[in-house]
Design a protein around this ligand. Structure first.
Ligand code: CTP
Ligand code: MG
Length: 401
């Protein structure tokens, strides 16, 4: 029945992750190469029942998150980024307000069912969403629960575990009911840790539906370890991965060109001419990118950054390298080490090798010690020997994340 109705979902990601600590808030930590909050958003985006998604983030993170969402691609149901509040309840409430403002502005009737989901639960399954939607449709409010694994006690003694459940998200509600519940809670100065406790205050019983142990909330540092293992299991279907290490080769050639700057390995080289090419013609970085794509079975540089695309005209190859590493990560790989050789009589790259390693290591996300840059001549033989251009070769080792 609910299949004919629109369903909206709010993802709350405006917390500060104080129990996790660290410099980067937990929703922006990466699992299997993807940020926690993007995984959570993606789980809802991919669910066929969800129509509109609203992501609540810290006000100061709105621009940053917009960039993350743009970079993530294909999250086509995200309608708005909404600034959150001090408390989770405030964030969810801001999300709901923002969502209603959106539907009004678009002149779309508000959906009857709304889900509220923690961004910190990135392993949301289709089954849990189905169960919550069904429960909310039938009862007005539904939460996924799981039986407790540990024995629980209060100061007085051991509690009867069979009567206790841990509550997860998404929590699903009749949209009008949720609105009313927030309003009433505001009036009474109440802030619960979950949304269902607020609808219950209006006398509505919450349906308990089957949650999933995999849908755990990333809260403390060790949860990231479980999460990484979980991401790997999802990626491989529980099978041992065929190969944890993969190697690739890259080769590139550019002709010398007058009146162009010479950039090699991302570093400006003091030389009377540069190299011809659509981008900055950084032949060394191009060979490295091709080796990386090769190692991960992702084709080559031309497939990802075609030289017919105006967007890449004159672009710094370092930017392309950054995107290459991003594409690798999306496919579950990261670089391990690089060995590259520049082939030509001149310029000599020895004096620049250290700076190149430093520059490249930032984009590759690996230590400088994992990058080797060298040069060779061809004893004046061939096009390199005649000084017509430069060639570069690279070998890259990558590993699965
Ligand atoms: N959340 C939010 N706004 C807040 C607080 C929390 O949107 N003011 C979100 C979090 O980003 C998270 C979810 O609510 O996705 C569940 O909260 P929790 O796990 O407690 O996250 P944090 O509050 O960030 O962590 P901590 O309590 O350890 O500080
Ligand atoms: Mg919190």
């Amino acid at each position: 029945m609910y299949r004919e109705k629109r369903i909206g979902a709010i993802v709350v990601a405006a917390g500060s992750g104080s129990r996790m600590g660290g410099n980067v808030a937990k929703q922006y930590r990466k699992i299997g190469g993807e940020m926690v909050f993007l995984r959570s958003v993606r789980a809802l985006n991919e669910h066929p029942l969800i129509d509109d998604l609203f992501v609540v983030v810290k006000e100061s993170d709105v621009n940053y998150c917009r960039g993350c969402l743009d970079g993530a691609g294909s999250l086509d149901k995200v309608r708005m980024l909404i600034p959150g509040g001090e408390e989770r309840k405030e964030s969810a409430q801001n999300g709901l307000r923002g969502a209603y403002a959106y539907w009004e502005r678009m002149e779309i009737p508000a959906p009857r069912i709304i889900l509220v989901h923690d961004a910190a639960r990135p392993f949301l399954s289709e089954e849990v969403v189905d169960a919550v939607v069904r429960g909310a449709d039938e009862s007005g409010a539904a939460v996924p629960v799981i039986p407790l694994k540990d024995t629980v006690r209060s100061g007085e003694g051991t509690l009867d575990r069979s009567k206790l459940f841990a509550v997860q998200t998404p929590q699903g509600f009749d949209a009008e009911l949720l609105r009313k519940a927030y309003k009433q809670a505001d009036k009474d100065g109440v802030s619960g840790t979950d949304d269902a406790s607020l609808t219950e205050r209006l006398g509505v019983r919450t349906a308990l539906v089957t949650g999933d142990y995999g849908n755990f909330k990333i809260t403390t540092e060790e949860d990231l370890i479980w999460a990484e293992a979980m991401a790997k299991r999802l990626r491989t279907g529980g099978q041992a991965e065929e190969l944890a290490l993969r190697v690739g080769i890259g080769y590139d050639v550019h002709a010398f060109a007058p009146e162009r700057k010479m950039i090699l390995g991302g570093v400006r080289i003091d030389y009377p001419c540069g190299l011809a090419g659509h981008s900055d013609a950084d032949v060394l970085t191009h060979a490295i990118m091709d080796a990386l794509f090769g190692a991960c079975g992702l084709g080559d540089i031309g497939r990802h950054f075609p030289d017919t695309d105006e967007a890449f005209k004159g672009i710094s190859s370092l930017k392309l390298l950054r995107r290459t590493v991003g594409l690798l990560r999306e496919s579950g790989f990261e670089p391990v080490n690089i060995d590259a050789v520049l082939i030509g009589e001149r310029p000599k790259i020895g004096p620049y090798a250290k700076e190149m390693k430093k520059t490249l290591s930032k984009e590759l996300g690996i230590e400088e010690s994992q990058i080797n840059i060298k040069g060779t001549t061809t004893e004046k033989l061939g096009f390199c020997g005649r000084g017509e251009g430069l060639a570069a070769q690279a070998v890259a080792l990558c590993r699965t994340i």
